[in-house]
Design a protein around this ligand. Structure first.
Ligand code: EPU
Length: 341
């Protein structure tokens, strides 16, 4: 039988960017599909609840995990082919997302620069269709390979099949707890065009007196903005934006705008409006406040932080208190972005 390097009662503290202590009943590093097949074929392991772990940057551990953590550790990034318009790049699930962005830029390939410095792994990126500064993963996505825990076979999924939405995909719905992403293929444009519509990026570039930016210039601007606004998980535990920006009807947005002329909202293709959750939370006075060791980051109200030794339950209690205030004041429900265990 395939040797399975299983570890029991494994601490997940260093594997989640909140830095929260919790134990997994069992833990396996995964370098490729063969080990997933071995898990599927083991009656003992296949019966356990599974948690697929990438960079642990979208995870809130509120308790020990009573199952098997599969930690994606596969590596490799390659240019696989190119045609007149597009270069295809494939990266293994265990690669760091930011590492991939910087590697593509070093190869002279633009397209991922607006997504620089997002924490997490390549394999996790499609699950929530990561996005920042006017670009989402789906805009550069070609296809992915995944292991199917039901059939034991490999699936190849194209963009339409992945059903990408705002921080959403098929992996949060029909393929939840079923598909494990093994590698992702990106389609990068040969005729690169800067995407600097986002006000913060435009402002940063103009401060740097850059009018015709290269992909590297945009990456440098995005890195500077993120470093200023968002806490570095290596310094202070966090999972990026803790809530999604809520989408409301035009009627609800209009009535809120009449009451709050400063409301930050963005029109959506379907006529609805995305509201800035950070603004809503800020207005409720939460920015910089804490409940125990769980806090709201002082420079960006959408980010919850572990001020040192916080438990997942403390972070969850803070999140609930914020949700209740935003609901009461604005009638808007905030939905958390991270996966709760
Ligand atoms: N705002 C406030 N107070 C705050 C925070 C924000 O008033 O404390 C206002 C800002 O002034 C701005 C608006 O809210 O007018 C939006 O803020 P920002 O541009 O910082 O972006 P965001 O909506 O808070 C989203 C993503 C980020 C992504 C940035 C840039 C979500 C949930 N978050 O944040 O993604 O980096 O846009 O594109 O969509 C993440 O998902 O983990 C993440 C960091």
């Amino acid at each position: 039988m395939f040797p399975i390097p299983l570890q029991r009662d494994f601490s997940l503290r260093s594997l989640n960017t909140f830095g929260i202590e919790a134990q997994a009943r069992a833990y396996l590093p995964v370098a490729g599909a063969d080990i997933l097949l071995a898990v599927k074929n083991s009656p003992e392991l296949a019966a356990l609840p599974r948690l697929i772990l990438g960079g642990g940057s979208n995870l809130l551990l509120t308790q020990d995990f009573p199952g098997l953590v599969l930690h994606m550790r596969s590596t490799g990034m390659t240019v696989i082919d190119s045609d007149e318009d597009t270069v295809h790049v494939r990266a293994a699930a265990g690669e760091s997302w930011h590492g991939l962005v910087m590697w593509t830029l070093a190869q002279g390939l633009g397209g991922l620069e607006n997504l620089a410095l997002i924490p997490g792994s390549v394999g996790a990126a499609p699950i929530q269709n990561i996005g920042a500064y006017g670009v989402e993963l789906k805009d550069r996505f070609h296809s992915l390979t995944a292991f199917d825990f039901i059939s034991g076979e490999m699936l190849t999924l194209d963009r339409a099949t992945c059903r990408f939405g705002y921080r959403d995909s098929i992996f949060k719905h029909a393929l939840r707890d079923r598909a494990v992403v093994l590698d992702v293929t990106f389609a990068l444009p040969k005729k690169w065009q800067a995407n600097m519509h986002y006000a913060d990026v435009m402002q940063e570039l103009s401060q740097r007196q850059i009018t015709a930016p290269s992909p590297q210039d945009i990456a440098a601007a995005v890195i500077a903005i993120r470093t200023r606004k968002l806490p570095d998980p290596a310094q202070i535990g966090n999972a990026g934006s803790f809530f999604k920006n809520p989408i409301v009807s035009a009627a609800q947005r209009d009535s809120l705008l009449a009451q709050y002329p400063q409301l930050v909202s963005y029109v959506q293709p379907d006529g609805g409006y995305k509201l800035a959750a950070g603004w809503l939370i800020d207005q409720c006075g939460w920015k910089g406040r804490s409940l125990g060791a769980a806090g709201v980051y002082e420079k960006q109200a959408l980010v919850l932080v572990n001020k040192g030794g916080a438990t997942g339950k403390e972070i969850a209690a803070l999140a609930q208190a914020i949700q209740a205030d935003v609901q009461e004041r604005f009638g808007v429900r905030l939905e958390p972005e991270p996966v709760f265990i």
